[in-house]
Design a protein around this ligand. Structure first.
Ligand code: PEP
Ligand code: MG
Length: 590
């Protein structure tokens, strides 16, 4: 069949057309027939291998520096730091000494113990942190066996199709000048996203099961702007995407030039535009793409990249660095949002993790973990530009309880002489329909609300976005979701509280008239999408957006809303035609 469409998450906004190369890295779980030595020999082998790996990574880093890729060198820094991390070194040493394990077994067992923490995590971006560690472990094991890190590599006319890719694989592929990358795993904040964006490789991630859909040498279009993959395009489709490729690059450049202008509509309605980030490496993107501070700092990765719960000092350093970089703009720090069975080795499995012990339900149950995080965040608030955000709230009482704990922690810090922001604002995520329906009540208990359209859509439409069979039913432009958002804004504004949107809807250009029409006060989105979002907002007016919203509210399905809004948007921004280009049978997939 010609023009088969698959949708994924676009992470590197450019387009490529090429021949599919199905890539699968070799599994690391090999053992050689090497005879195990005594404790001292195993330990020296580990040390020798570790130093060799450090040397390779440093060489890789200077290669990247020469290429002018400062940001991606930070990813390599993470791996270098890992090889020097006392936690890792002590763990391997103990295993070799006390359990008499071989060097490779000790390394693999360390990785396994981490895997238990990561095992049931649904969020792909957290899974990616595990992959960074796996990447280094892979290198160590290969070095123990003196294997060169040589991969069967795609070339300059290829689009790489992989389940996932490690940082070194991506860098190697960039050297080989591959045209584009498609991965099954990964999200907007994954290392794949960060690296491919820095290396300027058109990339789409989060395309569950794509390796089964594409055959070797199939012609494939990777549209890193809209997230569309076209398999075996017909001539007409190919021509249109080639044109889009040429024009989109020019438009993106234009947008980038105006990134620092405010997002104010023609008739003077202003929306704050801030960034969603997760890792220190992303800090440089805040200014680069014109964000006003951070509207959503996800903190889960901190907990899942080490064997132990991160201590207060480690968290404090991380939060303070971000607050410093953003100052005087604010950083909204979200407290831990892990699912019930996704945390730590001791947790029992739940039948319905998405409806279970998640987000604030977990932190209220695991008080010590919560208090450590709150202490670190409060200490980082001393400059006055930190706000707290509570995820997965479903009951007003949860907020009241959180406030009590925050007050208690403040008292503790006061006694210990730590400075912090006495008036720190506390907001709640709106991810569950009950919160929208009762927004008036919730707003009385918080300083602001932030709508997480990813979960709000998932819980409203009962669609698991990660499930390929039903993901076509997932659309935040469903009139039911818009209706819940309207109730949220009404409830918040009635109580003089501001409302932000920090889910994927905040970077969907077609959704801008809805977001403006709803009069949301802030949008927080992945940094690379900020210039285009700002540009569209500046070309719309509040008055016309309200009219469009009225029409949207009368529609009966997400398909109709999306089709209608797209047409209206193109009337006002004909130049976006090539950015919003779709393919003949795309509608079948929505
Ligand atoms: C959301 O649910 O929209 C959100 C921003 O939170 P997360 O994607 O981290 O679940
Ligand atoms: Mg969420």
């Amino acid at each position: 069949m010609k023009n088969r469409i698959i949708r994924g998450i676009p992470v590197s906004p450019s387009i490529a057309i090429g021949k599919a190369f199905l890539y699968s890295a070799e599994d690391i779980s090999f053992f050689s027939s090497r005879r195990k030595g005594n404790v001292q020999e195993e330990f020296s082998l580990f040390e020798k291998t570790r130093r060799k790996s450090l040397g390779q990574l440093r060489a890789l880093k200077s290669d990247l520096k020469r290429l002018g890729n400062k940001e991606s060198t930070k990813l390599i820094d993470v791996q270098i730091l890992f090889l020097q991390d006392p936690l890792f070194l002590n763990s391997v040493e103990k295993r070799i000494k006390n359990k008499k394990e071989s060097a490779e077994k000790a390394i693999i067992n360390f990785l396994k113990s981490l895997k238990i923490n990561f095992k049931d995590i649904e969020d792909s971006y957290i899974k990616e942190r595990y992959l960074d560690v796996k990447d280094v472990v892979d290198r160590l094991l290969k070095n123990i066996h003196n294997k060169e890190i040589d991969m069967e590599l795609p070339g300059s006319d290829n689009i790489v199709v992989a389940k996932t890719l490690t940082s070194s694989e991506i860098i190697q592929m960039s050297r080989n000048k591959v045209r584009g990358i498609i991965t099954e795993r990964g999200g907007r904040t994954s290392h794949i996203a960060i690296l491919t964006e820095a290396l300027n490789i058109p990339t789409i991630v989060g395309t569950n099961g794509v390796q089964e859909e594409i055959e070797v040498e199939d012609e494939v279009i990777v549209d890193g702007i809209s997230g569309i993959i076209v398999i075996k395009p017909d001539e007409d489709t190919k021509r249109r995407f080639e044109q889009k490729e040429r024009e989109a690059a020019a438009i993106q450049q234009e947008f980038l030039k105006k990134k620092d202008l405010p997002a104010t509509t023609i008739d003077g309605y202003s929306i704050d535009i801030s960034a969603n980030i997760e890792l220190p490496i992303e800090l440089s993107s805040i200014k680069k793409y014109g964000a006003k501070g951070v509207g959503l700092l996800r903190t889960e990765f901190l907990y899942l990249t080490s064997e132990e719960i991160p201590d207060e000092e480690k968290q404090f350093r991380f939060y303070s660095e971000i607050a410093d970089v953003c100052s005087p703009d604010y950083v909204i720090m979200r407290t831990l949002d892990l699912g019930g069975d996704k945390v730590f080795k001791t947790k029992e499995k739940e039948a319905n993790p998405f409806l279970g012990w998640r987000g604030v339900r977990f932190t209220l149950g695991a008080r010590e973990i919560f208090r450590i995080q709150l202490r670190a965040m409060l200490r980082a608030s001393a400059k006055g530009n930190v706000r707290l955000l509570i995820p997965m709230v479903s009951q007003v009482e949860e907020i009241i309880e959180v406030r009590k704990i925050v007050e208690d922690v403040k008292e503790e810090l006061r006694k210990e002489g730590y400075p912090f922001d006495e008036n720190i604002e506390i907001g709640a995520m709106v991810e569950i329909p009950s919160v929208s329906l009762l927004a008036d009540h919730f707003s009385k208990e918080v300083d602001f609300l932030s709508i997480g359209t990813n979960d709000l859509t998932q819980y409203t439409l009962a669609v698991d976005r990660g499930n390929k069979r039903v993901s076509a039913l997932f659309d935040h432009l469903d009139p039911s979701v818009i209706s819940l958002m309207k109730m949220t804004v009404k409830g918040a504004h009635h109580n003089n509280k501001w409302v932000g949107v920090c889910g994927e809807m905040a970077c969907d250009l077609v959704a801008m008239p809805v977001l403006i029409g709803l009069e949301v006060d802030e949008l927080s989105l992945p940094p690379t999408f900020i210039p285009q979002v700002k540009n569209v907002i500046r070309g719309l007016s509040l008055k016309e957006s309200k009219k469009l919203l009225e029409k949207v509210e009368k529609k009966e399905s997400a398909n109709n809303v999306r089709g209608f809004l797209k047409k209206e948007l193109l009337k006002r921004f004909p130049s976006l035609k090539n950015i919003l280009v779709e393919v003949e049978n795309d509608r079948n997939y929505r």
